[in-house]
Design a protein around this ligand. Structure first.
Ligand code: CA
Length: 226
């Protein structure tokens, strides 16, 4: 289980990491909202512990940014000010639970376990960008609620692009991670391009709102918006 702790307080962050690792979790600490957001969107975690009071990008901004990108990962908020307004704002931004500072570590662990149990549903594993949704367990895809019929390779390709949405994905990355052929004699570029074309026909169809973009000379990008 990988936990991302976004906490600028050095002592608290370090203590959380040590405590979580003693319990068998893998804990990564991000010391700012920017770093936390970056890690949450580029690495894979099972849960996020998020401090609200962060310099720069606040905890609430990080949270609404993550939810806005379709990340459904469970988020436990740590807040120094346990007020009703804080809770309402946090819930509105997409938090799953709260813990007021100072807290007892066993209580944090109990809440994490509860969230992870809840989070182990298919729902939290689904990848979403705009109205496109991919269920990695059922291996189904819908766009605007309408099923999209993909081949196994197209599905894996789309899953990879969605896991990296908002980021440029090169053909080399796809050859390595989706085709698992990093060192082929002849490049897979043409094969990849053909698959992307098919995928785009099925996913973006003739919709005005395109999600799969080609960046000439670089690769591909799934993003919400033009
Ligand atoms: Ca703080």
């Amino acid at each position: 289980m990988r936990v991302l702790v976004i906490e600028d307080d050095w002592k608290v962050g370090t203590a959380l990491k040590a405590g979580l690792e003693l319990e068998g979790y893998t804990a990564v600490v991000a010391r700012s909202g920017e770093d936390g957001f970056f890690r949450a969107t580029t690495e894979s975690f099972d849960l996020i512990v998020l401090d609200l009071g962060l310099p720069g990008r606040s905890g609430l901004e990080v949270l609404s940014g993550l939810r806005g990108q379709g990340l459904a990962i469970p988020v436990l908020i740590l807040t120094a000010r346990d007020t009703v307004e804080d809770r309402v704002q946090g819930l509105d931004a997409g938090a799953d639970d709260f813990l007021a500072k100072p807290f007892a570590f066993p209580e944090l662990l109990a809440r994490l376990r509860a969230l992870l149990r809840r989070g182990r549903t298919e729902e939290s594993l689904r990848l979403r960008v705009a109205d496109l949704e991919l269920d990695p367990i059922g291996r189904t895809v819908t766009r605007g609620g309408i099923p999209v019929d993909l081949t196994a390779r197209e599905f894996d390709l789309l899953a990879y692009l969605l896991r990296h949405h908002g980021q440029l994905v090169s053909r080399e990355m796809l050859a390595r991670e989706v085709w698992k052929e990093p060192t082929r004699g002849t490049p897979l570029d043409n094969v990849i391009d053909v698959h992307i074309t098919h995928l785009r026909k099925k996913v973006d169809r003739d919709l005005a709102h395109r999600l799969i973009h080609t960046v000439r000379g670089v690769g591909f990008l799934v993003k919400n918006g033009a």
